[in-house]
Write a protein that binds this ligand. Sequence first.
Ligand code: GLN
Length: 455
Amino acid sequence: MKIIEKVEAIKNQDLTATENLEQMYSVIEEKNEEINAFVELDQARAEKVAKDIDERIKNGEKTGKLAGLVIGIKCNINVEDLIISAASPTLKEYQGSYNATVINRILDEDGVIIGLTNMDEFAAGSSTETSMYGPTNNPNALGHIPGGSSGGSAAAVAANMCDIALGSDTGGSIRNPASHCGVMGFKPTYGMVSRQGLLDLAMSLDQIGPFANDTTGLALMLDVIAGYDPYDTTTINKEFTPFIDDTTNTSLENTTVGVVKEFMEVTDEKIDGVINNSIDQLSDLGAEIKELTFEDIDLGLPTYYLINYVEFFSATRKYDGRKYGERIEEVCGPEVARRIQIGSYISQKEFSGKYYNKALQARSLLRNDFNDLLKDVDVIAGPTVPKLPHKIGETIETMDMYAYDILTVLANITGIPASSMKAGDVDGIPVGLQLQAKPEEDHKILSTMSALENI
Ligand code: GLN
């Protein structure tokens, strides 16, 4: 059953919100010990919300777009009364004192928030192994990492512990775990969704977005969370057509799909095999396929990490042990410490010309490159992650960890929308297809996903 059908079933009283919640909760009880997707549950409040929705439906009252759907939230998004730790000992006792804008919107539309999901410490990672709650297991490739940093949200959706989950994506943290776990993930255009109430990793790159098992789940959530927010001045103040309208698309006639040679070259051959298969499907659906080249691909990672270090360093200055929790430097893990140290060093005035300004220059260069790339195509299709997920606990060099991000950071650097959906498997491990489009053309991505999904 698609998510939109479930919403209908709940409205028609073929299924109650309470039954849906109980069903999800029983999966969590059965599997969470092994998967470790959820790090905090809010069962009592969720039951109350579900009961209230059922009551209102029975009385013929109006209910919201998400009525009765069970939602998981990454633990770096403020939810009142829950522990918003960003999986860091720094904030292990920090209780959300307000709801992020996205949370208020979900509650206004009758979403049933069941709890918080696991992640890399402060979202700085690609494996969900640096969490103070321990690693998350990949439900569709047990023993392997789920990807990161929103690994808990992807795993929760993959294991059917919730209908939809929210994650945050600074350099791939929605798309990377979606790819490894074999679910759908969507990073909107920068400014499409409010970041108010998200603990930032790097504010000029961060976006909140949804995970689901089908496009109707993504669309329902995007329709709720997208849109102008006076509390986040970077949000786009425009009306867009409903995302749900994109989910019935079945044809790609009049769609041009770009395939970037360099994206395929940096990717494992077996993964390319799966992706080529998806590209054939896009062509069968009527799309015109166009080969593109992108020579500056090697600029992506250094540009991304420089900006990330500098912005993260600045974002962490408030964690000095006075107002919020512990002093970050005293309790954080090695990856967070590295970013703070390097960020502090390159933020010094005498180095800014040498590093940060160079990164900003590279950022505008990459923006121009991408404008050119996207000029004559509707979407770019390619792999989401260039290699398969490693086994949990395997020793990975820092540079190898960063290398997972080579194909995802570009969308954040340039602010464009990007998604991942399952393309197939390699040796039983899911592999994701990434779609990217021009800024504010998020709809083209979703309608392309819909056509592929409906084959
Ligand atoms: N893996 C990237 C990083 O560690 C991306 C993280 C993210 O998108 N939050 O910075």
